[in-house]
Design a protein around this ligand. Structure first.
Ligand code: ADP
Ligand code: MG
Length: 230
């Protein structure tokens, strides 16, 4: 599903180069749920953005469904992202003047899907994430946890191969955080969605069956266990 091969990244500011990731290597199989753990500044977001094709790596390869994405042209990559990759942001990134349902439909608008089918898919997912009755409200009328549910539904509407989430519970209180993680685990177990979830909280990482840990841009641990850690 996903293979990260000898991935290194440096940010360039004029003549200065800041190395941020060093020879990162791991694989994620279909249906896995992986936590990417590390303290602030360890390189988690950079790694996630590289895997989601939002930037190009300095060195190495990211292979999704047997396709090395760093070799794609800009147009190819944009199309691949629209059809194969879902992304969940810490700050939800919903469009304020669109309703909840229209926000979830938006990725399908870009794919040219007809209105009736878009609506069906969006409503079905909104029901799955537990906010079917909020579909005609605007994002500002929802709590943070509910807005993140919308963003989760939106990330799934194109049936992506893999979904990346960058600190999806970072803006939420502890109770809501637990509910959102419960939801992601349920989606992973019932729909076999492959998730890579960035977090700096051990509590969140404990809930998944695999944790990859970054420290100062190095992969320092890749641990899996069977059964529920709770
Ligand atoms: P994390 O998500 O784990 O907090 P990041 O991937 O955001 O870490 O950042 C890792 C390191 O890369 C940090 O030292 C950060 O300052 C640096 N960094 C991130 N983005 C840029 C950028 N656009 N230009 C230069 N340095 C950056
Ligand atoms: Mg980050």
């Amino acid at each position: 599903m996903l293979a990260v091969e000898q991935l290194s990244h440096r940010f360039r500011n004029g003549s200065e180069e800041t190395p941020v990731l060093h020879h990162i290597q791991f694989k994620v199989e279909k249906g896995e749920m992986v936590a990417l753990l590390g303290s602030s500044g360890s390189g988690k977001s950079t790694l996630l953005n590289l895997m989601a094709g939002l930037m190009k790596p300095s060195e190495g390869s990211i292979v999704i469904n047997n396709r090395p994405i760093e070799k794609m042209s800009e147009n190819e990559l944009a199309e691949f992202r629209r059809t194969h990759i879902g992304f969940i942001f810490q700050s939800y990134e919903l469009i304020p003047h669109l309703t909840v349902r229209e926000n979830v439909e938006l990725p399908l608008v870009f794919q040219g899907v007809k209105a009736k089918l878009r609506k069906e898919k969006a409503l079905s997912l909104l029901n799955k994430v537990g906010i079917g009755e909020k579909s005609e409200l605007f994002p500002s009328q929802l709590s943070g946890g509910q807005q993140q549910r919308v963003s989760i539904a939106r990330s799934l509407v194109t049936e992506p191969a893999i979904v990346f989430a960058d600190e999806p519970t970072g803006n939420l209180d502890t109770t809501t955080e637990k509910e959102i993680i419960d939801l992601l685990i349920e989606l992973n177990e019932t729909l076999f969605i492959t998730f890579v979830i960035v977090t700096h909280e051990l509590e969140v990482a404990r809930r998944t069956r695999r944790v990859i840990q970054l420290r100062d841009g190095f992969l320092v641990e890749d641990a899996s266990w069977a059964g529920d850690a709770e």
